[in-house]
Design a binder for this molecule. Structure first.
Ligand SMILES: Cc1cc2nc3c(=O)[nH]c(=O)nc-3n(C[C@H](O)[C@H](O)[C@H](O)COP(=O)(O)OP(=O)(O)OC[C@H]3O[C@@H](n4cnc5c(N)ncnc54)[C@H](O)[C@@H]3O)c2cc1C
Length: 230
């Protein structure tokens, strides 16, 4: 898996703090921009986070490039509606010559399971290539491709949605591949906007575990992990 932060709002924390300041001040935008000291940014951000005035976080956007993940994961990813996605097409990009797949660790460490998986991937790839050679369009041949098919996607989310996304997808209850991806995304945005994402992570980082009877029972370790994530 390769997750990169391709672009983001320049000075995201300053932009969000300015938007927050504007809401509570009679001054002009030029004045606010001029007078917004670096030292004020942290206190404004802390204030809006504690007040739940989260709409101002929507002014900061982050665009990620994500490669080497399965269709299992992108299918979960695109369920997040407050985001923009561009995914490699299986209509226009043929897998005839090269076919890559993602093998879960539970399968990779078990030689018998690994063989079953590899042989099925090989069979599917050969069948796909045969269909393409017969003149079947890629948009139809792809019907036999598995969830394990490797894909790539570019995704843009604003900071408010990212906090929600991390709460759900960094949680131990989330599926391992999307959780690993979320952890990588969080690492990247924390470097750019450490104040906004200081409390980011699964729901238990900022309060009690929201999972109730499904709690992983590792709240202390999980909180520690996300506090130190860099
Ligand atoms: C552990 C786990 C297991 C899951 N299992 C399943 C499963 O078995 N089957 C399944 O189908 N899905 C499953 N999902 C996906 C889940 O149901 C959501 O579709 C996905 O997590 C997107 O989250 P969301 O809807 O909160 O937020 P987003 O789409 O990211 O939206 C963010 C927030 O915006 C608001 N919002 C967005 N759109 C609307 C709207 N139309 N109306 C009102 N408010 C809106 C909501 O407050 C929402 O929380 C699972 C997710 C997780 C984390």
């Amino acid at each position: 898996m390769n997750v990169t932060l391709i672009e983001h709002t320049p000075n995201p924390e300053r932009t969000v703090a300015l938007a927050a300041r504007l809401c509570y001040s009679p001054a002009s935008i030029d004045d606010l921009r001029e007078k917004l000291a670096v030292s004020d940014i942290e206190s404004f951000l802390d204030k809006i986070m504690s007040l739940g005035h989260h709409s101002v976080l929507e002014h900061a956007s982050f665009t990620f490039g994500i490669e080497g993940i399965s269709r299992v994961t992108t299918h979960q990813l695109v369920r997040h509606r407050i985001a923009s996605f561009s995914q490699q097409s299986q209509r226009y990009v043929s897998h005839k010559e090269e076919f890559a797949s993602i093998m879960p660790d539970t399968i990779a460490v078990n030689s018998e399971a690994q063989q079953i998986f590899a042989s099925m991937i090989d069979t599917v790839h050969k069948a796909y290539a045969q269909l393409i050679e017969m003149g079947i369009p890629a948009e139809d041949a792809r019907y036999i491709l598995p969830n394990a098919t490797e894909t790539k996607i570019i995704m843009t989310m604003n900071a408010r949605e990212l906090l929600h996304f991390f709460a759900l997808r960094c949680c131990q209850r989330a599926q391992w591949e999307i959780r690993n991806m979320s952890d990588e995304m969080l690492r990247l945005v924390k470097r750019i906007a450490p104040i906004i994402f200081r409390q980011a992570g699964p729901g238990c980082v900022g309060g009690p575990c929201p999972e109730g009877k499904f709690c992983c029972g590792q709240t202390v370790e999980v909180r520690d992990f996300y506090k130190n994530l860099q």
